[in-house]
Design a binder for this molecule. Structure first.
Ligand SMILES: [Fe+2]
Ligand SMILES: [Fe+2]
Length: 304
């Protein structure tokens, strides 16, 4: 096995995680943006080569950090899906007290700050699914297509999920920026982009996106309740929708993506599981950072 710790790429992250994640976020923004031919393309390609190494070393470290959560991972395909589903309510970041607080207590300024972080870290589920599905086996590919079609509002602009979140952001006059975002939110988006754009992490992507479907409804329901309490009207639809639709998305993802992959390609089980756990750990780091900012150390200590 190659030693990922010999080159220096991980050092900047440990020393200054904020600068590291901002650099990855800026690179992801640049490399995913549709563009036209330009004179600096070779400079961009050199940056891509360097950043791919830095990104890969970072993901390898995340994989190592996820291992304690994988000690009881079953090899058996049927038991794997049960294991995966048991992450709901029990995996990293589940039942975080931040969400009941958002539902019941946060004021509008606090809710706006939270949403601004979430919007800034949002990598776009639709694009992540589209990139991850390349060359996947037929049955998973078909489910990923159905999921993507839902993201596309089944062909109706008004039902597209990305612009729906954009409408809420506009309504609340959010101004998400890379610099104004806590680094765990940037890391959450960056790890999902790394998974979906890197073929050796393609099954990590499917595990990570699947665990979003599995765990998002509880959080989205609380955010929707908080927005309703604060008087936000139809613009809260993105959260209200994901509180229910993702229950069904999760069921079909587990049946049509995870089950056939685990049965027909059991060598992917570990990657699917790692992707899920890493995504949950990234989420948990966000909730920690949000509570630190929104509650301050005093209230944090009381809740511990
Ligand atoms: Fe969605
Ligand atoms: Fe979904």
């Amino acid at each position: 096995m190659r030693n990922v710790d010999t080159p220096t790429p991980l050092r900047p992250e440990r020393a200054n995680p904020s600068a590291f994640q901002q650099r990855l976020s800026r690179w992801n923004h640049r490399r995913l943006q549709p563009a036209v031919p330009h004179a600096d393309w070779a400079t961009d390609a050199q940056e891509d080569a360097e950043m791919i190494l830095i990104e890969g070393a970072w993901v390898e470290r995340l994989r190592a950090e996820a291992q304690p959560w994988l000690a009881d991972l079953p090899e058996d395909p049927a038991r794997f899906v049960d294991w995966f589903e048991a992450l709901q309510g029990a995996g990293p970041g589940e039942n975080d007290p931040l969400f009941p607080w958002l539902a019941e207590e946060a004021d509008l300024g606090q809710m706006r700050w939270f949403l601004q972080q979430e919007v800034a870290g949002e990598a776009g589920f639709d694009d992540l699914v589209a990139m991850a599905q390349v060359k996947m086996p037929d049955r998973p590919k078909l489910e990923l297509a159905r999921n993507y079609w839902d993201e596309m509002g089944r062909g109706n602009m008004g039902g597209m999920h990305g612009p729906m979140l954009g409408k809420l952001a506009d309504h609340l006059r959010l101004t998400p920026t890379i610099e104004g975002t806590v680094w765990p939110s940037l890391a959450l988006g960056n790890v999902l982009v790394a998974f979906s754009t890197t073929r050796r992490y393609a099954y990590h992507a499917l595990g990570a996106l699947g665990v979003v479907e599995l765990t998002a409804p509880w959080r989205a329901g609380h955010v929707a309740a908080g927005l309703k309490r604060l008087g936000v009207g139809p613009e809260r639809k993105y959260y209200a929708l994901h509180a229910t639709l993702d229950v069904e998305h999760s069921r079909t993802w587990n049946d049509e993506v995870l089950t056939p992959l685990a049965q027909d390609h059991p060598e992917t089980i570990r990657s699917l599981a790692e992707g899920a756990v890493i995504r949950m750990m990234a989420g948990a780091a966000c909730f920690d950072a949000y509570r630190d900012h929104l509650w301050g150390p005093q209230m944090e200590a009381r809740s511990a």
